[in-house]
Design a protein around this ligand. Structure first.
Ligand code: IMP
Ligand code: MG
Length: 424
């Protein structure tokens, strides 16, 4: 297999969990490279549902898993998630390593996330309230605490005290919120420390050594290219780099270490939170297929916004991540449609736009242009090979490949593991 990156090529929730789970079977190590507990990756084994927020999806395949330096780690969320997995009989202890360079999400980050969204009101981003932007802000402002800081208790206490003084000013004076108590946070993180210590490591060193030995590493992205802080619909985006390049900086490996980059897309488009979405359907129509697609956020439970497949955004994602192939998920959700519109390009000021623009102002002046593909009008959940798919479903996939400019490697036709078709 070689080492590969699996990255979202829309606005997140593409079904990366399922795709990582599929390829993880052949990997030696699975490493998450960005994001935090804002992510929600779902995998069904039989009828049992596993939801991942911080744990790499490879944990289900019994692989060694790494939380890379590019991830922001909320110990409370992580330990809770570990407990859920262990209670379901999935061994996490001894299989998980966390980069000492990864930043910690602290209780004040979550408070500030909520306070800031509230202050923004109508202009809010619609974040997951997991403290993501405040934690990444601190990382880049060089005022963050890292997982490695947990190792040395005394200096952790000193750093926390200094940072908290400043955060409390912010909470009180800017947001009119109550200050947070040092002793309480310190005691809490002391407990986390006891449990996390055995997992803290120099994971960049470990990954590079493993690659030197010919081991295969799967780099797991969270969110998607259009939520990328540099290339997404800024400011309606997340605070990290989900694009494939994020795997290098988010784990400490060189770009030449990556053999293959797989993008994941839904057969249509979804988005949670605020921000532009040109192919969005009116809520009356979205409501009718939301249940069928299970289109509720796995982290926040929010109803996802739904719309037609937009080749303009995926082309951009394919360019940014250098996609070698694309996995198409949720294909079965379209089973009942007579005709399926696909957005091939945008019209802007009388011109054709093939690649998603960077400016939201330009985007506001764009009109999506559709072509209609015939539906297949039959259930495809039992298809297991390309030959099992109705001709129109194959035609739909072929057309997506053509529009994206990359071949389709997998088509997913249901939530279970075995509902996977290897296309190429
Ligand atoms: P944040 O990452 O919590 O700051 O949220 C910023 C934006 O990214 C919001 O629109 C969220 O709904 C969206 N977002 C963050 N994580 C995910 C995800 O895993 N799937 C889909 N959307 C996400
Ligand atoms: Mg998700």
């Amino acid at each position: 297999m070689g080492s590969m990156v699996v990255t979202g090529a829309q606005w997140g929730d593409e079904g990366k969990g399922r795709v990582v789970d599929w390829y993880a079977a052949q990997a030696d190590i699975v490493a998450r490279y960005q994001g935090g507990a804002n992510a929600g990756h779902t995998v069904f084994v039989g009828d049992e549902q596993f939801t991942f927020h911080l744990l790499p999806t490879g944990i289900l395949r019994g692989k060694l898993c790494v939380i890379g330096n590019g991830v922001v780690v909320d110990p409370e969320a992580l330990l809770e998630e570990m407990a859920v997995f262990e209670s379901k009989g999935v061994q996490v202890q001894g299989r998980l390593l966390i980069s000492e360079n990864a930043h910690l999400v602290m209780p004040y980050h979550k408070r500030l996330d909520a306070a800031h969204e509230k202050r923004l009101g109508e202009k809010r981003i619609g974040t997951t309230l997991r403290g993501i932007a405040p934690a990444y802000s601190d990382k880049y402002a060089r005022t963050g605490l890292r997982v490695g800081d947990l190792v040395r208790e005394k200096s952790f206490a000193e750093k926390l005290a200094a940072i908290l003084e400043f955060k409390n000013e912010l909470l009180k004076c800017l947001y009119g919120e109550e200050a947070m108590d040092f002793d309480q946070i310190f005691a809490q993180y002391r407990e986390y420390r006891e449990r996390l210590l055995p997992m803290i490591a120099d994971t960049a060193l470990l990954l590079n050594r493993a690659l030197d030995e010919g081991k295969q590493v799967l780099f797991e992205g969270a969110q998607g290219a259009l939520l990328d802080v540099d290339f997404g619909t800024y400011p309606f985006c997340t605070s990290s780099n989900p694009i494939a390049g994020g795997a290098c900086v988010g784990t400490g490996i060189g770009p030449r270490r990556i053999d293959r980059v797989i993008g994941v897309v839904k057969a249509y488009t979804s988005r949670v939170g605020q921000g532009p979405f040109l192919t969005e359907l009116p809520e009356e129509i979205a409501a009718t297929w939301r249940e069928r697609g299970g289109e509720f956020g796995s982290t926040t439970g929010r109803a996802r916004r739904l719309g037609w497949f937009d080749a303009v955004i995926v082309r951009k994602a394919a360019m940014l991540s250098g996609l070698d192939a694309v996995a198409v998920t949720h294909l079965d959700v379209l089973d009942e449609l007579d005709a399926i519109p696909v957005c091939t390009h945008y019209r802007h000021a009388g011109e054709t736009l093939d690649i998603f623009p960077n400016s939201l102002e330009v985007l506001a002046e764009c009109e999506p242009v559709y072509e209609e593909l015939p539906g297949w009008k039959q259930p495809i959940r039992d298809a297991r090979s390309p030959a099992d798919l109705p001709a129109n479903a194959r035609r739909y996939l072929d057309r997506l490949a053509e529009l994206i400019g990359a071949p389709i490697c997998l088509a997913l036709v249901g939530r279970r593991r075995d509902q996977t078709i290897v296309m190429s």
